[in-house]
Design a protein. Structure first.
Length: 231
C-alpha cells in the first residue's frame, strides 16, 4: 500500500509553575507514554488553557475564542498550516511506507519518539518529555521550570510529523532526522504561529558496553524556522 507518512499531533500546552528538578535518565515507555498522553489531551479538551469564563459550545468543547462582548460569529480563524508539497510545508513524500511493525531502533522508531515527545508536551508531562532528550543536550540541561516556561507563550500548539530520513551510521553512533511542522497560537494576541524544521535523534549502536538506555533514540536537537501559512 502506498501512502504519505504524515503524523498529526495536537498539543494543548499548559505551562504552569514547576519546581526545578534534576535531569534523570529514567526510561520512558514510548508506546505507553504516547497512548497515555493522547488520552490526557482528549480529556483536557478545548478548555484546558485556564479559560474559566469560556462558554461550552454545542459540540461539548469549550469555546475559548468567544468573549461576552463578541458576536456569535466573531471567532478566531482556524490555524491553517501549509499543505505538504508547498513551500513551507512538509515534503509530499509518496514513497511506499511499510505498515508492518517497526523496531524501536529503526528510523520509524525514531519518528515514534518525536510523536511521543509532542504528545507528552500536550499532556503537560514536561518531565517525561524532557527525558526524551539526549543527556548533555541543551534542553536536557535546563531545569524543569525553564523547560516548561518555553511553552507558556502558546495557548494552542500542534505538530505534523513527516517521514524519517535514512539512518546516518557513524563510528558506534547513529543519527536520523525527522521533519516536523509546528502550527500554534500565541497566547498574548491569539495570533497564529507557523514553523517548519526537523528533529535530529541519536542513539549508540549495538556495540559492546552500550547500555539499553544508550541504544534508545533520544532527541539531540530541534531546528525550527518561521514560515507563512496560506489563508
Amino acid at each position: 500500500m502506498t501512502r504519505t507518512l504524515l503524523l498529526s499531533v495536537s498539543l494543548l500546552v499548559l505551562a504552569g509553575c514547576a519546581e526545578s528538578e534534576p535531569v534523570t535518565n529514567t526510561p520512558v515507555d514510548i508506546n505507553a507514554a504516547a497512548i497515555d498522553a493522547q488520552d490526557a489531551i482528549d480529556a483536557y479538551g478545548d478548555n484546558a488553557f485556564g479559560n474559566d469564563d469560556a462558554e461550552v459550545n454545542p459540540a461539548g468543547g469549550a469555546d475559548i475564542n468567544k468573549t461576552d462582548d463578541e458576536a456569535p460569529d466573531n471567532r478566531l480563524s482556524p490555524l491553517n498550516p501549509l499543505a505538504p508539497g508547498t513551500p513551507g510545508g512538509l515534503s509530499d513524500d509518496r514513497t511506499p511506507v511499510s505498515e508492518a511493525s517497526f523496531t524501536p531502533d529503526s528510523a520509524q522508531g525514531a519518528a515514534n519518539v518525536v510523536q511521543t515527545y509532542y504528545a507528552l508536551l500536550g499532556a503537560r508531562k514536561f518531565g517525561e518529555a524532557r527525558a526524551l532528550w539526549r543527556p548533555g543536550s541543551a534542553a536536557a540541561g535546563r531545569d524543569l521550570a525553564a523547560f516548561t516556561a518555553s511553552f507558556d507563550r502558546y495557548s494552542e500548539y500542534h505538530a505534523n510529523i513527516g517521514a524519517p530520513g535514512r539512518i546516518d551510521p557513524g563510528a558506534g553512533q547513529r543519527f536520523v532526522t525527522v521533519p516536523v511542522q509546528v502550527y500554534a497560537r500565541i497566547k498574548a494576541d491569539r495570533a497564529p504561529s507557523y514553523e517548519i524544521g526537523s528533529v535530529t535523534l541519536h542513539r549508540v549502536a549495538d556495540v559492546d558496553g552500550a547500555t539499553a538506555e544508550q541504544r534508545q533514540w533520544k532527541i539531540d536537537a530541534i531546528a525550527l524556522k518561521p514560515t507563512r501559512a496560506t489563508r
